[in-house]
Each structure stands twice: as C-alpha cells, then as structure tokens.
Design a protein. Sequence first.
Length: 324
Amino acid sequence: MKNNSSYLLYLIFLFMGIMISISSNNWLGCWMGIEMNMVSFLPVMANKMSIYASESMIKYFIVQSMGSSLLLISIIINMMIDFNYMIMISLMIKIGCPPFHFWYVSVIEGLSWMVCFILMTIQKIIPLIMLSYLDVDMSLFVIMACIWGCIGGLGYSSMRKIIAYSSIYNLSWIFSGIMIINYSWLIYYFIYSFTLMAVCYMFNMFNINYINQFIMISYDFLKSLMMMCIFMSMGGLPPFLGFFPKLIMINCLLLNNMLFICTILLMTALIVLFFYLRILITTLMMNTISMKMIIVSISYFYYIAGLFSLFGMILLSLITLTMC
C-alpha cells in the first residue's frame, strides 16, 4: 500500500463517506455517503505493479455506478409508494451478493491483498447498515449466498478467488443475522473482519497468490502452525475464534425458529471448511524432508478431525432436541 499524502486523503474521504451514511436520517443522505465512499475507493485500487488493477477499477466503477443509479431511482419510488425490494436489489448489486456476484470475484483477482481486505470488509459496511433499515425477507439471498459461496471456491487454485467466494459465503450468515433484527450480525462482521485481516496480511507478507506457493512456508513449522490456526478460524472450527460468532448466530436462529436456514448454513459450512482443510493439508504435508514435520502434522490433523467430529455430534444433538 502507498504511503503519501494523497493516499491518506482518499482514505479519509472513504471513511467520511461511511460516517455520513451511518449518521444520516434519510435515504438521500445514505446515497450521498455511499457515492463519496465509492469515488474515494477508486484511487486506492490503483496499483502500477499490477497490470490488472486498471481493469478492476473500470469494472468496479461501472457496476457501482449502475447500483447507485438503481438505488437513487429506488429511493425516489420508495418516497411515493412503500416498496423496499428495489432498494434491497440495488444494495445486493453493490455488495456483490449472488446472483450479482460475478463482478466481485473478477475485481478482487486484480487487486493487492490489502486492497482486497478493504473491498471485502470496509466497503460492505454501508450496504449492510442500509439493509438493516429495511423490513424485507432476505431468505432467498441467504440460501443463494451460502450455496454459491461454498461451491464456487472448490474449483479454483487462486487464493484470491477462494477468499472471495468465502467472503460471499459469510454474507449469508450476516444476512441471516440482519433478518433476526438484532445486532448479532455486527459481532459476526467484526470478528470475520479481524480474521480476514490476519489472512490478507500473511498472504501479503509471504507473497502467496496460489495454493502451490504454500511450499514457501511449509519448511517453517511456526509459520505453518500460524497459518493453520488462521485457516481453522476462517473455517469456523472450534475452539478457534471464527467458531464463536457462528455459535452466536446459530443460537439466535434457533431462538427465532429459523430452522431451515440454520440447517442449510450448517451443511454448507462443512464444504467451506473442506477447501480450507485442503489448503492446510497441502501446506503441512508438502515438506517430505523432515520426518518430525510429518509426524507433528499428522498428529495435528487427527486432533482437528477429532474436534470436528465432536462438534458435529453436539450440533446434531442440539438440532434434534430443538426439533423435538
């Protein structure tokens, strides 16, 4: 990331746009803040070291402009008749939720890791806050986000695409929290953002872009262990940090009798955990020179598998008791 006064100015205006949207008491103020945020983010995306950064900037600008135009039209229509679904669709386009997510994965592929972190976390604050104002049913988008997010990451070796689809999958948990009409989704959002920041920082530090590049850190056991803990947290495996917001969301969903959505979220969580485990096992098993590394890796694998099985049995028992 660049260190100059212009870059700092763009970041200040980016956060000013967020504050304007959050503190506004009408839809037009929210629209003005989200536009300021979008225009300020475009110079942040610029990167002379990447030949794909300009393409990502153009794609992001075109899609966000279309979403903003639809949002403004929706706000005007909403002033005449109470119809919130057009506002919801425009925000789904801006946030990159399925089936409007194809631009999202393509844009992330051309960005640096730190800019990817901003796009996957900070740039989603305004649309999520605005979605929480709407009294609409987002069950269809929850189901599409979790299914598309977990299946989409299976066919790629690019870490940017895998993390992008994981981000789409985590949107489904946030949307389900917004439908409950409490602030549990904010807990999930902040913990996910903290975990994703650690992932993007490590990928940026080790210059990792594809799965086969994990051989660069497989010879250092401490780095591999740190990466393992972060990936297990991203996958939501207990007792790591990423498990606790999912546990809070499961509890809130069960208390609100949203059993169908809760079941789909839990089933798709296993697939997301699978492509994180695939990366993890590749990292730990790639060093075939040191037998000590192999033995320790296998022991950790069996420990994780045992915890995972125990967690699955406990969740199955809780769901069975709830249904009874």
